[in-house]
Design a protein around this ligand. Structure first.
Ligand code: NAD
Ligand code: WQD
Length: 337
């Protein structure tokens, strides 16, 4: 298949592009490089021996996306391009609605205009909010912040477009907590500034770039008092996209949780990272982070039964791969010549 990957130079998009190329698909990446680097293209080529086509541009520019779909005879779209920082979405919700919801609307308009009928969309477990665990796909959606609401509204847009267009097939993949990097160490997560997320923060502590980790909250009602999440290796996530691309053809709107189906506490992640890498992670307990939930993880049974997909990698694998990436690329893609 010929696949348009929006946001394909980003963290999850680059790993999915590797998986697509390795499985014989052709990839055209559209990215405005707002949160990524063109160096990723060299790295993808190094891993796969194939260079994806790349066109710099904005998904909000519908005419541009129409041209890309037409000129390249695209069969399906995987739509990663979005903004993803929860705190930033609270401070600047309009930017998030514009890019995330507006981007989804724009991509769908371009697809309808060109007869491209299949889209796989990056959704998030954050659409569920504070609900009983494990989350199934039918758990009520009550996202707790603007970022989560942009994902929820984007799903509604896709469901409505699918309802109005009998050939349209939309698959929303609700990712839990993506972590790790490609085992080659060539591509990985490259946050700007101080990482918001746990695994990149731990990696930077291990590399000596940050003094110690603050563990946000040790008084949660969990086994060790720290919060529990369902961490999923980004390579497993990439395989989930391939499965959705190859297995789901029925028109309509489909949703799948992509998670491991169990959780690890922050302290368990630290121990796994230390064991996988031989590094010591100094940490201190700090106050809970506003908006954090105590515990959530996926019921991933639907993805297993319908996509034939389940995670293969552990948090220890993800830690080893994150460290391989971090230690080989201490500045991420920055200052690479
Ligand atoms: P990322 O920031 O690394 O990748 C997103 C890419 O989209 C970047 O390369 C960025 O430059 C590009 N982009 C942003 N706005 C654009 C626009 N208007 N036009 C074209 N390109 C644009 O993020 P990621 O972690 O790879 O996330 C990919 C997707 O998965 C996002 O939709 C995100 O919301 C979703 N998601 C991420 C996580 C996570 O924890 N990383 C969890 C759940 C869902
Ligand atoms: C994990 C755990 C923190 C950093 C976020 C988004 C969510 C989704 C995935 C996109 C929590 C703790 C973290 C640190 C810590 N993204 N932590 N010290 O918050 O579960 O999910 O990314 O869709 O929408 O909210 O992930 O990696 O930030 O945190 O103790 O320095 O690690 O409190 O319990 P989170 P995270």
């Amino acid at each position: 298949m010929k696949v348009l990957v929006t946001g394909g130079t980003g963290y999850i998009g680059s790993h999915t592009t590797v998986e697509l190329l390795a499985n014989g698909h052709e990839v055209i990446i559209v990215d405005n490089l707002d949160n990524s680097s063109k160096i990723v293209l060299d790295r993808i080529e190094k891993i796969t021996g194939k260079r994806p086509d790349f066109i710099e541009g904005d998904v909000l520019d519908t005419d541009f996306i129409v041209r890309v779909l037409k000129d390249n005879r695209v069969d399906a779209v995987i739509h990663f391009a979005a903004l993803k920082a929860v705190g930033e979405s609270v401070a600047d919700p309009l930017r998030y609605y514009q890019t995330n919801v507006g981007g989804t609307v724009s991509v769908c308009k371009a697809m309808l205009a060109t007869g491209v009928n299949k889209i796989i969309f990056s959704s998030s477990a954050t659409v569920y909010g504070d609900q009983p665990i494990p989350y199934t796909e039918s758990t009520p959606r009550e996202p707790q912040n603007p970022y989560g609401r942009t994902k929820f509204v984007s799903e509604l847009v896709l469901a409505d477009v699918a309802a109005a267009n009998p050939d349209f097939c939309a698959v929303a993949l609700r990712y839990f907590n993506p972590v790790g990097a490609h085992p080659s160490g060539e591509i990985g997560e490259d946050p700007n500034g101080i990482p918001n997320n746990l695994m990149p923060y731990i990696s930077q502590v291990a590399a000596g770039q940050r003094e110690k980790l603050s563990v946000y909250g040790n008084d949660y009602p969990t086994k060790d008092g720290t919060a529990i999440r369902d961490y999923i290796h980004v390579a497993d996530l990439a395989e989930g996209h391939l499965a959705a691309l190859q297995k789901i053809y029925d028109p309509g709107f489909h949703t799948f949780n992509l998670g491991a189906g169990h959780g690890e506490s922050v302290l368990e992640v630290i121990v796994a990272f230390e064991q996988a890498t031989g590094q010591t992670i100094p940490y201190q307990f700090a106050d809970r982070r506003a908006g954090d939930l105590a515990e959530y993880y996926a019921d991933a049974a639907l993805a297993e039964s319908q996509l034939g997909w389940r995670v293969k990698r552990t948090i220890t694998d993800a830690s080893a791969d994150a460290w391989h990436w971090q230690s080989g690329n201490p500045n991420g893609y920055k200052n690479v010549v």
